[in-house]
Design a protein around this ligand. Structure first.
Ligand code: BGC
Length: 290
């Protein structure tokens, strides 16, 4: 055994398939789950992960219906149940009708993962109002609309102790950038800072109804949102200077954290952000400086 830092430090990105497989505990049976933005990236992995844990899954998407169908097929292939519903989470009518369809299909919802998000990066003084509004509209207003519908359904139904000790679980997709300022991405960082206090405020308000509300804060995860940060060896090496654990995150790293937060194993956890970031929030520059 050596105390040298991992040789993986400068190794190129590994394939998701090469990472150790960890089985999902089957502890979400009978708990329909809705995942927004579930046709790619973290949302896709989450839909599949929750289904592996036994949940019936609603796969929300806004574009690329065929990608959403592929996720549904992957789930039905291993015996899970899934439907796809198109909705733009920044539009109230879309969100209302998505929740109505989901509840009509599965009877209720127990888990809502408010995941849909995007980036429209720009140096600040060149940032357009459209870039600002698009990011705030999807990443923050979208989470308001979806978590509000989740809260309405969970509160109306209350606890069904045959399936969970809580009346419902909301998981918001945040980011390390709810905490780490990010030059060139002011709209995105502002949206995630907003998600942090949206999540905490509604966690406080809904806890007496046995509704748990938490966030996951991913670091750099191998998804289409940040291809430029990991797809070349040079970019990957640069990225690793920000990641003490010296590997990029995989979508399934996030999905497993979400499945745990959604389960009764996390029953006393509410109002928390679980950073899943390989240590990105640990001020890696201070490992040698300061
Ligand atoms: C962003 C990614 C970025 C990561 C770490 C995420 O929230 O969407 O683009 O790589 O944070 O900076």
């Amino acid at each position: 055994m050596s105390n040298e830092p991992s040789k993986l430090a400068s190794a190129p990105a590994k394939d998701d398939a090469e990472l150790p497989r960890i089985a999902y505990p089957k502890n979400l049976v009978g708990q329909p789950a809705l995942v927004t933005g579930a046709n790619s990236g973290i949302g896709k992995a989450t839909a599949i992960g929750l289904a592996k844990a036994g949940a019936d899954v609603v796969i929300n998407y806004v574009t690329h219906p065929e990608a959403a169908e592929d996720v549904a097929q992957e789930i039905t292939a291993f015996g899970g149940r899934a439907i796809t519903i198109q909705a733009d989470v920044s539009k109230e009518d879309d969100v209302l009708s998505m929740f109505a369809k989901a509840i009509a299909h599965f009877g209720t919802l127990h888990i809502v993962v408010s995941n849909a998000g995007l980036q429209r990066d720009s140096p600040f003084e060149q940032m357009t109002l459209e870039q600002w509004n698009t990011v705030i509209g999807i990443n923050l207003t979208g989470q308001f609309l979806c978590t509000r519908e989740a809260a309405r359904e969970f509160k109306k139904r209350g606890v069904d102790d045959k399936v969970s000790v809580a009346a419902g679980k909301i998981i918001c997709m945040s980011s390390v950038h709810q905490e780490i300022p990010w030059a060139g991405h002011a709209n995105y960082a502002a949206s995630k800072g907003g998600v942090m206090l949206l999540m905490k405020s509604i966690a406080q308000e809904l806890a007496p109804y046995k509704i748990r509300v938490n966030s996951v804060g991913p670091g750099a995860i191998r998804t289409p949102i940040n291809t430029a940060a990991w797809s070349t060896p040079e970019a990957y090496a640069e990225l690793m200077t920000l990641v003490p654990y010296k590997r990029i995150g995989e979508p399934d790293d996030i999905a497993r954290a979400i499945a745990w937060l959604a389960s009764d194993a996390a029953d006393y956890v509410t109002g928390a952000t679980l950073f899943v970031d390989g240590g990105m929030t640990l001020y890696p520059g201070f490992a040698t400086g300061g």
